[in-house]
Ligand binder design. Structure first.
Ligand SMILES: NC(=O)c1ccc[n+]([C@@H]2O[C@H](COP(=O)([O-])OP(=O)(O)OC[C@H]3O[C@@H](n4cnc5c(N)ncnc54)[C@H](OP(=O)(O)O)[C@@H]3O)[C@@H](O)[C@H]2O)c1
Length: 337
């Protein structure tokens, strides 16, 4: 029997999680929510998803000509698990509703760790989500750092990390955010990303600084890892290679910027032209005086999607073995080589 999954908030993350769930044999989407009759509501219906909305919004959506299957409350009550994909900080407000209905919930990275009390990354801490009722999948940037640092940390190589996060200022579909012609530093040091990594790799030493730049397609991280012993770039690359959610790319093959990385992603013919993997430039890996330097690019709209699928399996105890779940997710989503 497949698990009944609801998506609360059919936006950038919600529509992608919905699509990824439909690819799995052990779970199904029973409905998605929208509060406004925007184009994504019609898209949801066209994609075969039942549409739900808060009770007071039913007349608004119906007047716009949308077929509404019920209220948000009814959907949450019927679901085995709800994936909250509402805008950042809304999830914390929705938590009360999920708890009152006794429905398990996944929150996204826009929520604080405390909203769920458990944070998730499939490589670093799948086990801690097993059987839990409330779990947060960490943000796109934290997922990126966790994935690339974990293989090094597991090998005992990491003394300290300084990660510089060069962040996209808005998603491609978001025309309201900026900056559009400035570089905006986060004056709080460390930026929130460093402490957030500790929610999924508690015993690592990391500092992060962040700036926002006028681009929409990806984040870039310039990382310095202070090593516990000398290693060669080749050894480091060989530690990353077994992890399919990391993709080693070559600048010398014409992939000199995030523009070419996302063009390559379009050639993969995946839904939404997504790149679920964290792209690491192989020819940008350097070791000098005990410090490892590397660059990685993060497709902010999609790297967390396979993590949500694995998190569902862990929370509902459909699969208690991390690698089995990761393999199932990767195979169905085309993250396979
Ligand atoms: N975008 C990213 O790059 C990214 C990456 C990783 C994690 N995240 C996190 O994922 C979460 C969702 O972000 P997003 O970028 O997907 O946001 P988004 O594109 O703005 O989508 C949010 C969706 O939630 C709906 N919504 C708003 N209020 C709602 C309510 N009260 N009940 C039900 N649905 C409601 C909106 O629909 P209506 O317009 O119909 O209200 C919209 O479809 C945030 O925590 C964010 O921090 C985002």
């Amino acid at each position: 029997m497949s698990a009944k999954i609801a998506i609360n908030g059919y936006g950038t993350i919600g529509k992608r999680v919905a699509n990824a769930v439909t690819l799995q044999k052990d779970m199904e989407i029973i409905g998605v929510t929208k509060t406004r009759p925007t184009y994504e509501a019609w898209e949801a219906l066209r994609n075969g998803f039942k549409l739900f909305t808060p009770a007071e919004r039913v007349p608004v959506l119906e007047e716009a000509g949308l077929e509404v299957s019920g209220t948000q409350e009814e959907l949450i009550e019927e679901a085995d698990l709800v994936v909250d994909c509402t805008p950042g900080k809304f999830g914390a407000q929705m938590a009360e509703l999920y708890r009152s209905k006794g429905t398990k919930a996944i929150y996204q990275g826009g929520e604080k760790h405390g909203t769920a009390g458990v944070s998730f990354n499939a490589y670093t801490c799948y086990e801690q989500a097993i059987g839990q009722d409330h779990v947060r999948v960490v943000s796109c940037n934290t997922t990126g750092l966790a994935r690339s640092l974990y293989p090094l940390h597991k090998e005992g190589l990491v003394r300290n990390v300084l990660a510089t996060m060069i962040r996209r200022s808005a998603d491609p579909g978001d025309s309201k955010r900026g900056p559009i012609n400035a570089i905006e530093p986060s004056l709080k040091v460390p930026s929130h990303h460093g402490p957030d990594v500790l929610t999924v790799i508690p015993d690592i030493h990391i500092n992060t600084v962040a700036v926002k730049v006028p681009t929409t397609i990806m984040h870039m991280h310039a990382n310095a890892v202070y090593l516990t012993r000398d290693v060669t770039p080749e050894e480091v690359i060989s530690l990353w290679e077994p992890y399919r959610r990391l993709m080693l790319i070559d600048g010398f093959k014409g992939m000199g910027s995030t523009a070419q990385v996302m063009e390559m992603a379009r050639d993969l013919n995946r839904p939404f032209s997504d790149l679920y993997e964290i792209a690491i430039w192989r020819d940008g890996v350097h070791v000098d005086h005990g410090v490892l330097y590397f660059f990685q690019a993060v497709h902010q709209e999609s790297d967390v999607i396979p993590e949500n699928v694995d998190c569902i399996r862990a929370m509902l105890q459909i699969q208690n073995d991390p690698q089995t779940s990761i393999d199932m997710t990767d195979r169905t989503m085309g993250i396979w080589r």
